[in-house]
Design a protein. Structure first.
Length: 342
């Protein structure tokens, strides 16, 4: 049993070094678990490869994999339900993102079992094809279509080019990475940032029957809720973040996120009574920190950090990604357990 603030790394469960891992796929990242309307769990991985390293073998732009959980939250993965490039692709892009690499960028869960995912169209991990919503169905093998009217453009600080490959996202642009849930008060709360990890976290709220209409999302202004449809500009975090996972667990708001601020680079978990105060209540628990050491939280080049449906407040289960970019030889998803401070 972990004590408050303690963390346990159970090792690779998918991708490089995993056994048995995902059938037919040797290198994966992300792996956010979503629930279909019929109650089945799917792990949604990002760029994945049939070989045991990043860029080795056939490429899957995104892949849906059935998953069940056993003792201590250990996952068992079934055969992939979607194929590599050009074969029953998971995320069908809108016309504005045609030809782009389609990647998962977070999800929103409602109490009636509905789940929406945000998808981005990328080139060199820049969301140049914008972002859009799709609804999770029981048939991922048939592909998930964009929600009509949900596409929004990416607003970069400058055009990407050879001299500036990753210019970052401009303040006031539409979010390209999100996570959200329907709280006990019936309202849906959504944390958001940029897929390129260049922005701090912002916050939105929306009625559950209007989630699919991004023009209905109300931004948090710092002292209240602003005009629906206007991108948020008031950050609720001091640091920049990347991947986000925001859920209600045990009646509390829980957020896991990858702190992408230079020199920090770690997956952190926060707990609050009020979703608006997720960054101002309590002390974050570090789950995985970028270092070569031997502590429970030492992981070279971690990111992600998705809360799993098996989580409780005293025992959060998370999928944390690792990609050692110097060699690309390690590209995997690790299973972590954490007892967050609160």
């Amino acid at each position: 049993m972990l004590g408050p603030g303690q963390v346990r790394n159970l090792g690779s469960v998918a991708g490089t070094g995993s056994n048995p891992g995902v059938p037919g796929i040797g290198a994966v990242d992300l792996g956010e678990v979503v629930t279909t309307p019929s109650g089945r769990h799917l792990a949604i991985f990002g760029d994945s490869f049939s070989g045991a390293a990043a860029f080795a073998g056939a490429h899957y732009p995104s892949v849906a994999v059935p998953v069940t959980f056993g003792v201590r939250g250990a996952p068992t993965f079934g055969p992939p339900l979607t194929g590599p490039d050009g074969a029953n692709v998971l995320f069908r892009p809108p016309a504005q993102a045609a030809g782009r690499n389609t990647l998962p960028a977070g999800s929103i869960v409602l109490r009636d079992g509905t789940t929406y995912m945000l998808v981005v169209g990328t080139v060199d991990l820049n969301p140049v094809g914008g972002s859009w919503l799709t609804r999770v169905t029981d048939t991922p093998s048939l592909g998930w279509d964009p929600v009509p009217g949900s596409w929004r453009p990416w607003t970069p600080k400058a055009a990407p080019g050879p001299a500036n490959r990753h210019p970052g996202t401009a303040v006031g642009g539409h979010p390209t990475q999100i996570s959200g849930y329907q709280a006990g008060d019936g309202t849906v709360y959504i944390v958001a940032d940029a897929f390129d990890r260049s922005q701090p976290v912002t916050l939105y709220r929306v009625a559950p029957d209007r989630v699919a209409d991004r023009a209905s999302w109300q931004p948090w202004t710092g002292d209240g809720w602003g005009v629906p449809g206007i991108p948020a500009t008031a950050a609720i975090s001091a640091d920049r973040f990347g991947e986000l996972s925001f859920r209600q667990i045990g009646g509390r708001a829980v957020m896991s996120g990858f702190n992408s601020t230079t020199g920090i680079w770690q997956v952190e978990v926060r707990v609050a009574d009020d979703p608006v105060r997720i960054f101002s209540d309590g002390t974050p628990t570090v789950v995985a920190h970028n270092d070569p050491g031997t502590t429970a939280v030492s992981v070279l080049q971690p990111y992600g950090g998705y809360l799993l449906p098996t989580s409780t407040l005293n025992n959060l289960n998370l999928f944390v990604s690792q990609w050692i970019t110097a060699t690309n030889a390690t590209y995997c998803v690790l299973l972590f357990q954490a007892h967050p401070r609160r």
